[in-house]
Design a protein around this ligand. Structure first.
Ligand code: GLU
Ligand code: ZN
Length: 324
């Protein structure tokens, strides 16, 4: 039986792009007669807000998406990452005690200063291996200077990780291509997305992962973690991104495209679902559609890998769709 998840990070309100990814996850699970769980990925205390978690749940329900297990109840509780730290700690300690991880004393600033490092975050910053082979003396020196260590995983750089994405097809990556040794835990003690998501998906028996293609480069890292934990990986369907009329990814500055703002403007959920299904090439016309009705004919293989493009004034477009 399929077990899938909706895994929002409560760091802002849902926008149309999030709505598309969650709709796809919901459709994939429901079309297969599977179960869905909702997990709040509030692992980063600096960015997460309880209020966003609540509003995300409201927005998902408004859109017509439901779940069988979640923050309120379910056999694998708790469904909030902030309440699962003990399990991340034990996963990290396990890897460390097996000699698979090491302390990294690099500061963000040092990593950012590296030529060719585009950005420093949990997901993609290439790590040059600076702290891979510190001698005990070098380590002691850094400890003595008061530096706090992140925990990094030794990643065999050249081993090929392969998976068959249900939308993007056959994928092959080495971990070197995905940024090399990645962090399991930041120097401020916050566990990394990669570790938390894999630990949770294993614990919650998730076997179908649907998410935006922006996360696809993380998948080989996660496959490596599955192999280290000796757990079978899920199947993957990464979905193309929804872009604005200028081809930009939706972000915080697109507040007017939050589901909340659209709802306030009078847009109906079935208008949003119908419009998204049309933009994704899953319906010929942008006609209103409930999430339930969108199930008919759904298959990941029918999703094109090309990005979805919004028209210039999405709010006006959506209102016009329901007006006429
Ligand atoms: N919580 C992650 C995000 O919102 C999703 C992680 C995942 O689906 O693996 O970006
Ligand atoms: Zn380092």
């Amino acid at each position: 039986m399929i077990r899938a998840r909706l895994a929002p990070s409560p760091t802002g309100l849902l926008h149309l792009g999030n709505a598309w990814a969650f709709l796809a996850a919901w459709l994939g699970a429901r079309a297969a007669g599977g179960a869905l769980l909702l997990r709040l990925e509030d692992i980063d205390p600096d960015r997460s807000r309880e209020e966003y978690g609540r509003r995300i749940c409201e927005d998902l329900s408004w859109l017509g998406l439901d779940w069988d297990e979640g923050p309120d109840e379910g056999p694998y509780a708790p469904y909030r990452q902030s309440q699962r730290l003990v399990s991340y700690q034990s996963a990290a300690s396990d890897l460390e005690s097996r000699g698979l991880a090491y302390s990294c004393y690099c500061t963000r600033k040092e990593l950012r200063g590296l030529a060719g490092a585009p950005h420093v975050d949990d997901r993609g910053a290439p790590y040059p291996g600076t702290c891979r082979h510190l001698t005990p003396e070098e380590r002691a020196e850094r400890e003595a200077s008061g530096r706090r260590a992140a925990l990094r995983l030794f990643c065999p750089p050249d081993q090929v990780w392969q998976f068959n994405d249900r939308v993007f097809g056959e994928q092959r990556f080495t971990l070197a291509q995905c940024g090399g040794d990645f962090a399991l835990c930041r120097s401020d003690g916050v566990f990394a997305y990669q570790l938390a998501v894999v630990a949770d998906d294993i614990a919650m028996r998730v076997n179908q992962v649907v998410r935006g293609v922006d996360i696809l480069p993380s998948t080989p890292r996660q496959l490596y973690l599955y192999s280290l934990f000796d757990a079978p990986p899920p199947e993957y369907a990464h979905v193309p991104l929804l872009l604005d009329h200028e081809g930009e990814r939706l972000a915080k500055r697109h507040q007017s495209l939050s589901l909340h703002a659209l709802r306030e403007a009078g847009v109906l959920p079935q208008t949003v679902v119908g419009a998204i299904m049309y933009l994704a090439g899953l319906r010929e016309r942008p006609e209103p559609l409930t999430a339930r009705k969108a199930l008919s004919g759904f298959a990941f293989e029918r999703i094109r890998p090309q990005s979805l493009h919004l028209p210039r004034d999405p709010e006006r477009w959506l209102l016009a769709l329901q007006g006429g």
